[in-house]
Design a protein around this ligand. Sequence first.
Ligand SMILES: NC(=O)c1ccc[n+]([C@@H]2O[C@H](COP(=O)([O-])OP(=O)(O)OC[C@H]3O[C@@H](n4cnc5c(N)ncnc54)[C@H](OP(=O)(O)O)[C@@H]3O)[C@@H](O)[C@H]2O)c1
Length: 292
Amino acid sequence: MKILLFGGSGQLGYELKKRANDLAFEVVSPVTKELDITDKAQVFTLIRSLQPTTVINSAAYTAVDKAEEEPDRAFAINAQGVRNISEACAKCGVRLLHISTDYVFDGLLGRKLKEDDAVNPLSVYGRSKLEGEEFVRSICGDGGLVVRTQALYGQKGVNFVHTMLKLFGERDVLKVVDDQFVSPTWAGWLAEVLLDLVRLPISGTLHASCGGVVSWYDFAREIQRLSLESYAGKSVARIEPTIAAELNRPAKRPIYSAFDTSRLESVLGRPVLSWQAALNLFLREIGVAKGE
Ligand SMILES: NC(=O)c1ccc[n+]([C@@H]2O[C@H](COP(=O)([O-])OP(=O)(O)OC[C@H]3O[C@@H](n4cnc5c(N)ncnc54)[C@H](OP(=O)(O)O)[C@@H]3O)[C@@H](O)[C@H]2O)c1
């Protein structure tokens, strides 16, 4: 099976390429300089000439706070770029698997979110990603699958786990938000799930995250607990809870955006990996935990 992957240089794209090669998929993944998804002609030419079995779109404008200052750029990539890909896929009869986010929700329900729960993005990033999702659903129909995920971390790129591991060794005290709740998701696990989905004929929208729910504060404490031995002999930051309002970040985030993953579990025929097990595997993979 031939996969055309957009966003292969990103955090999730890196894990996808690594695992797709192991599973003997043929993967073509142009870098942004070669293929900018906002360039409609380039996107059409590539998809028409390559005729992949599936396009995976992991390319996105992901600077959530900066998007508040540059909405045009965020919408150009996350909405119009996705429209270009959707139209090219629909025209060429190619399946599209598109990655989206929990930030399409406001998180005010206070329970795990289902695929058909009402959306209400709180930020430019969330609104631009929602518009992208809507293009996939309306243009690709049965040939499109929107996979929403959240709170990703992996080997490559800047993410919460890498940031915590660095700051534990640099700070005396580290304040972490205790009033926002997520299902932290290991990009390596998600990549395997996405490659399973490539082989399954499903469409619509799917929630894909690791299982369980935790505040950022408790997530940080678990990262520290599992990585403590790697700081042997050095002082380690004390983690203290704070509230999101104190950070005063430009973009508003959902308060409680954990996913109900029952649709994914029934499609895959297996339960999702818990966030704790995934974190354990990841910290072992990068050599900062021995595992339990
Ligand atoms: N990170 C999270 O916590 C999180 C949470 C929920 C959902 N998601 C979604 O998951 C997906 C992957 O996220 P990620 O963390 O892997 O993002 P990332 O590390 O920021 O990677 C984004 C990728 O998009 C590419 N890109 C940006 N603009 C492009 C353009 N105009 N044309 C072609 N490629 C372009 C980037 O290429 P360059 O390297 O050349 O810029 C990079 O490869 C995204 O759809 C994101 O919205 C992420």
